[in-house]
Every structure is written in C-alpha cells, then in structure tokens.
Design a protein around this ligand. Structure first.
Ligand code: ZN
Length: 79
C-alpha cells in the first residue's frame, strides 16, 4: 500500500498503466493516487478523495454488521 507520486521512481516501477480507472469513481486516475495490491495481486487504484469516500462507506458497512450481529469487529493487524 502506498501513495504514488508522479515524481517517484516507484510510479514507473508500480506497473500501473497511465489512465488506470479509479476503483471508486471509474474516472482516469493519475498520480498522486492511493495504490494497494491485494494478496492475490489485484491492484486497487484510487483518487485520494475517492479513498476517503470509500473508507467512510466501508466503515458504514462494518458498523451495520456490528449493529446487526451485536459484535465488535477487531482490527486485523500483521505481526
Ligand atoms: Zn476516483
């Protein structure tokens, strides 16, 4: 996971094609972008503002699960 800046070497090394669509809005994303790679190698490319919107919606969905199941979901961290 990272923020990709256009001036950074890792932008070229990331293998992200120019104009990759943002996962959230579908519009062309360019640096700076939020970039994550999933465990199976799938790339997630987001405009920074779209990352905020997506995060809020993900939190909302988790809150719904917690409220419905009456459980508290713990954060999963790497050791
Ligand atoms: Zn977007």
């Amino acid at each position: 996971m990272a923020v990709i800046w256009k001036s950074e070497k890792r932008y070229e090394e990331s293998g992200i094609p120019m104009g990759e669509p943002c996962f959230f809005c579908g519009e062309e994303a360019d640096a700076p972008m939020v970039f994550w790679t999933g465990v199976k190698g799938t790339n997630l490319v987001l405009h920074p503002a779209c990352a905020v919107d997506l995060t809020l919606r993900l939190y909302r969905d988790v809150h719904e699960v917690q409220q419905t199941l009456e459980v508290h979901i713990e954060m999963v961290t790497e050791s």
